[in-house]
Write a protein that binds this ligand. Sequence first.
Ligand SMILES: [Zn+2]
Length: 93
Amino acid sequence: MFDRELRLGDTIEDYCVRCKLVLDHGIVAIVGGEVRKVRCNTCSFEHAFREGKGGKPKKTKAQSLFDQVAASMPGFEGDESSKPGKKIPSRKR
Ligand SMILES: [Zn+2]
């Protein structure tokens, strides 16, 4: 998920339950390479890392919306059947 390895003290964005906002947090605990605990830089509240759940911009939602629009477009699925794949063979000579 992350391009670079995260280390203790690194700043990471997460949802702060106190501030009720996605804010910068300092990493205070890493287990098995995964961030487990963070501390809000704004209110200094320590909590489990939520992976930004609760307030991050939803890229995945926009992606699925795009898929829905694409799927509902006429000719998107029918493209396969409209191909001249089945040629009617001419009569045997
Ligand atoms: Zn906070």
